[in-house]
Design a protein around this ligand. Structure first.
Ligand code: GDP
Ligand code: PGA
Ligand code: MN
Ligand code: MN
Length: 631
């Protein structure tokens, strides 16, 4: 396997020396590294910081773990059964059974710790254990206390991804209020071809022991399972900490929210107005594209979109009583599919030569050092010489008529925020940004209009809890299935949904200025021929501008039982042609279809323990309004 040799397990003295060289003085960090080295038995230990990037890249290129993809661009391939998050192997464990929800696969903490120690024992033999100290927040954030962690990983490409996705270096842990306040995040790759993926003998487990602030992931090198700062700490652990932190006075004693949210700013350069919008869509449903949106050409003179974050936001009520949000990440782990000059020119600029971007599981040509993915250009390269698909198999050797994709549908690019051309000037400001609107969305082929606004907090939270969308290829084996995904947090919830709803009501309810809520849908399809009714991508800004105009009282919209929908006149369609029939469908509510939906929603919500009465009341109000409309 990669990087293995015959060296025996590292000695206590050698670990101490590595920690000294890496200037790790915190005795709790030192003890944690020593402890796990005795369990996983790596051949050596190395403390890394972002300054080590160039050397680690060179080593990874030498070892064949990365391949060159042009100047300062890199290609990596993960094992073919390890290309997406594995939700059914993901567990949140605590000592308190009341943390069990419908979706968090709750287990008892001591059982899971013992089981993971057993699985990980000796599994880093011959490899280097990298010690990756990181911070999931801008420096100086009011939530910084919840942001520090130390990932241990035996996988060099994972280190290189972490350096792009989080602030990495021991200096980020210098100012811990309490030296024990860091997340212990252990990642052991395992013998990937022999873990029984998808069989009853599956060895992989991805466990967050939330009440011990300990993350133990075994059996993957794919980013969504292996970048513990991002997925497990930034979402699952922070979801748990966000509620627990109320006791420590955070957010005016309400705690904070950690959500799978993009975060963007919109500036109207004519009036000088500026808004911030946060929004949750399930994985591979448009968060990254929305945050990177360039205003459509016809509106580009007037409006500017600033990128703050594309996958995670932490929200809290600030000392001035306003609701704030910040992106704890340092980079973008974006879906490659359909990224091109028309859909997302900003993303293309963020991954140009010299950016240090890493591509994973796209198609690769080692001769020309080019990469390609479906939708990069309308057709794949006509000269297939040298091209390899995401599994590393030559395109030239394909059977005639083989139309399987060249790139994996969940292939990704990884690049730092600073490379994103529309990144906000203040993206690292510790204060965060005030939130004017919270939107939910997903891939919904029918029922959901382009945008419907909800002005009541309980109805907004209810709308998030009943987010129903098609699952995507970002999670194994679920593509296309319709399912509920509360707030887009289904794979990341750390405790029960009823308590989570209560926490939402308390945090957002404490804000002196309430954000407007909305449900958006860029993915409505014509049932006849399946075309997308809305052009999407850059044009999505038009729906957001309408929502903000509604919030500011400049338009009134059209009231429906499920929220306020724009009239055709209110939606700024300058420079855009949308066929009459599509526009009509995008801006109307199918009452019958919605009445059916309400019965499913009742069943969905009934699963949740301790669901606040306010949420049930919101459900009944919407249901009654639909009945009244049907009469
Ligand atoms: P994320 O995983 O939620 O960040 O989603 P991305 O922004 O990476 O998008 C996931 C996939 O959906 C990509 O293949 C995008 O090209 C596609 N996508 C994003 N926004 C739109 C849109 O507005 N319309 C359509 N049709 N596709 C979109
Ligand atoms: P995504 O991020 O939401 O942009 O797909 C990665 C993930 O959630 O797995
Ligand atoms: Mn995500
Ligand atoms: Mn994304």
């Amino acid at each position: 396997g990669m990087g293995q040799d015959t060296a025996g397990p590292v000695s206590v003295a050698a670990v101490n020396e590595a920690l000294d060289v890496g200037r790790v003085t915190n005795p709790y960090v030192r003890a944690y590294v020593q402890y796990w080295a005795t369990i996983t038995e790596p051949a050596r230990v190395e403390v890394v910081s972002a300054l080590d990037d160039a050397r680690l890249v060179a080593e990874a290129l030498d070892a064949g773990e990365l391949q060159p993809a042009g100047h300062g661009l890199y290609y990596s391939r993960s094992y073919s059964k390890d290309t997406a998050r594995s939700e059914e192997r993901t567990i949140v464990a605590t000592d308190d059974e009341t943390d069990a929800g419908v979706y968090n696969n709750w287990r008892r903490g001591d059982e899971m710790v013992a089981a993971q120690i057993h699985r990980m024992a000796g599994q880093s033999a011959g490899r280097t254990m990298y010690v990756v100290p990181y911070l999931m927040s801008p420096e100086g954030s009011p939530l910084a206390q919840y942001a520090a962690g130390v990932q241990l990983t035996d996988n060099r490409p994972v280190v290189l991804h972490m350096i792009r996705m989080a602030r990495v270096g021991i200096e980020h842990l210098d100012e811990l209020p309490d030296p024990m306040d860091f997340v212990k995040a252990v990642h052991v790759t395992g013998d990937l071809p022999n873990l029984g993926q998808g069989t009853p003998e599956d060895q992989r487990y991805f466990v967050t022991v939330a009440d011990r602030r300990t993350i133990l992931h075994f059996g993957s090198s794919y980013g969504g399972n292996a970048l513990l700062g991002k997925i497990a700490h930034g979402l699952r652990q922070a979801c748990f900490d966000g509620r627990a932190s109320a006791e420590h006075g955070v957010g005016g004693g309400r705690g904070f929210l950690a959500e799978q949210f993009m975060l963007l700013g919109i500036t109207d350069t004519v009036t000088g107005k500026r808004w911030h919008v946060a929004g949750g869509f399930p994985s591979a449903s448009g968060k990254t594209n929305l945050a990177m949106t360039l205003a459509p050409d016809a509106l580009g003179e007037r409006y500017r979109v600033d990128f703050y974050g594309d996958d995670i936001a932490w929200l809290w009520v600030g000392d001035d009583g306003r609701l704030y949000a910040m992106n704890p990440e340092f980079g973008v782990f974006g879906v490659a599919k359909d990224t091109n000059a028309a859909t997302n020119p900003t993303a293309l600029e963020a991954i140009t030569p010299g950016s240090g971007a890493i591509f994973t599981n796209v198609a690769y040509n080692p001769t020309t050092q080019e990469v390609w993915w479906e939708g990069r250009t309308p057709e794949p390269p006509t000269d297939v010489t040298g091209w390899l698909d995401w599994k590393g198999e030559a395109i030239a050797d394909r059977e005639p008529g083989d139309t399987s994709p060249w790139a994996h549908p969940n292939s990704r690019f990884t690049t730092t925020l600073a490379n994103v051309p529309n990144v906000a000037a203040d993206f690292e400001a510790p204060a965060g940004v005030p939130v004017d609107a919270i939107i939910f969305g997903g891939r919904t082929r029918d029922r959901e209009p382009l945008v419907r606004a909800v002005t009541d907090l309980a109805e907004g939270v209810y709308d998030g809890l009943t987010l129903g969308a098609e699952a995507t290829f970002a999670a194994d084996g679920l593509d296309g299935q319709l399912r509920y995904d509360p707030m887009s947090m289904r794979p990341f919830l750390a405790y029960g949904e009823g308590d989570y709803a209560r926490h939402w009501l308390e945090v957002v309810g404490a804000a002196t200025e309430q954000p407007i809520f909305a449900h958006v849908n860029w993915f409505a399809k014509d049932p006849e021929d399946g075309h997308f009714r809305w052009p999407g991508y850059r044009e999505n800004l038009r729906a957001l501008l309408w929502l903000l105009a509604l919030k500011d009282g400049e338009v009134t919209g059209h009231r429906t039982p499920v929220g306020i929908v724009p009239t055709a006149e209110e939606l700024d369609l300058t420079g855009l042609e949308v066929p009459e029939a599509d526009l009509e469908a995008l801006l109307s509510i199918d009452t019958e279809r919605w009445r059916q939906e309400m019965a499913f929603r009742a069943d969905h919500l009934a699963q949740f323990e301790r669901l606040p009465e306010e949420i049930w009341a919101a459900h009944r109000r919407v249901a009654q309004a639909l009945e009244d409309a049907a009469e």
